[in-house]
Write a protein that binds this ligand. Structure first.
Ligand SMILES: Cc1ncc(COP(=O)(O)O)c(C=O)c1O
Length: 380
């Protein structure tokens, strides 16, 4: 099998599983209990918090464990109900749909900004106009787009601008961690969301960063427990949290090497696709910026080749290739991608889009095998 769908989820690193196993077998204590097993769980949670905070350059108390980036995003956005949120139209559904819901239920005014192009640059003056003309309470802009892989290269300017207007900034780092070095002190963002299963950790665990300035101002969405300093009550997923900490360390320890390797595979893939396109007349339109994009993602459309996309995806499946035809959340209902349709591309273009997302575990051999199968399909 060739797994090229790492923006949907990633393989659990076997080293991560190793550190989780004792917490599923023998060390099953509830961290709220004062006996040995409870204390070992408390210790394990604290260790993971330190692993995460030290790798992202913040204090352990700035990190909260949640069930995933969706929950982290929801906690922050819901805390700013009643105000005005400025965000982008190309955010992940866990931000976009949450904002839409708050907007439609009239619990929040939301100003959606459209990037200048699918490659993700923003007109900073447009954001400034919103800040000037609305009582903005929060800005939320992701760092790396889950579908296109394009990097929001304006993030530093957006944060600086919002702070000039005393507006806190949230960023969704779910697709950025492991692909870009994150340093919270340098980034100077106020809130950030991220997820374990995108970095070879277990599913069902996420992280929320809250800067020291806002530590006491964010309220929980649920009540009835003191876990995670009352912000996220409920018995902790200790094995998951332990795995998340280890996954973060393994991802960040050799990040330069991982970035270089993924980038190399991605450029080989793009080169091979473009060569095939030149030689055979097969049309490819790239939605991923050549430079300002994540080292692991290539998103493109193969419309204009008279292909049946369902047939193409079935062929890939029959050949044990895991790729995505757009973001995982759109896969089942096959709605045109918001990222593509926002910029005026046709539905056909959108429905014929393919996302290849690599990880540090992929190899050049897999890229070559994928290309062979891809070419065979076109020639059949
Ligand atoms: C950018 C982004 N944000 C949030 C999420 C949701 O993450 P989780 O599955 O941890 O809830 C995803 C998952 O695809 C994502 O790509």
């Amino acid at each position: 099998m060739i797994y090229f769908d790492n923006n949907s989820t990633t393989m659990l690193d076997p080293k991560v599983l190793d550190v989780m196993m004792p917490y599923m077998k023998e060390l099953y204590g509830n961290s709220s209990c004062q006996h040995d097993l409870g204390i070992s769980s408390q210790y394990a949670i604290n260790k993971s918090r330190v692993q995460i905070s030290s790798n992202l350059n913040c204090l352990p108390e700035n990190i909260f464990f949640t069930s995933g980036a969706t929950e982290s995003n929801n906690i922050i956005l819901n805390n700013f109900k009643g105000g005005c949120i400025v965000t982008s139209i190309t955010e992940h559904p866990s931000v976009y749909e949450t904002c839409m819901h708050m907007f439609k239920s009239e619990t929040c005014n939301v100003q959606f900004i459209k990037p200048k192009s699918i490659f993700g640059c923003f007109a900073i003056n447009e954001i400034e106009n919103v800040l000037k003309n609305n009582n903005v309470s929060l800005a939320s802009f992701m760092l790396v787009n889950n579908e296109t892989g394009n990097i929001n290269v304006d993030i530093d300017n957006i944060i600086e601008l919002c702070h000039k207007y005393n507006v806190p900034v949230h960023t969704d780092l779910t697709q950025a961690i492991g692909k870009i070095k994150i340093d919270f002190e340098k980034l100077n963002v106020d809130f950030a969301s991220f997820s374990s299963h995108k970095i070879h950790g277990p599913k069902g665990v996420g992280g929320l960063y809250i800067s020291s300035k806002y530590l006491n101002s964010i309220k929980p969405l649920c009540f009835g427990g003191v876990q995670e300093f009352g912000l996220r009550p409920g018995t902790e997923n200790v094995p998951g949290i332990v795995g998340f900490g280890e996954a973060m360390s393994l991802t960040c320890n050799d990040i330069d090497i991982h970035i270089k390797n993924m980038d190399y595979l991605k450029s080989e893939l793009r080169k091979s696709l473009s060569k095939f396109s030149d030689e055979s007349g097969f049309n490819i339109m790239y939605f991923t910026d050549r430079i300002g994009s994540s080292p692991n993602t290539l998103f493109f459309s193969i419309a204009f080749n008279d292909l049946d996309m369902n047939d193409f995806m079935n062929y890939m499946r029959e050949n044990s290739i895991c790729i995505s035809s757009g973001s995982a959340c759109n896969e089942k209902d096959r709605k045109p991608s918001r990222n593509i349709s926002t910029f005026g591309f046709s539905t056909q273009m959108s429905l014929s889009s393919i996302r290849i997302s690599l990880s540090r575990f992929n190899t050049l051999d897999e890229v070559h095998k994928f290309m062979d199968i891809f070419k065979k399909y076109y020639k059949k």
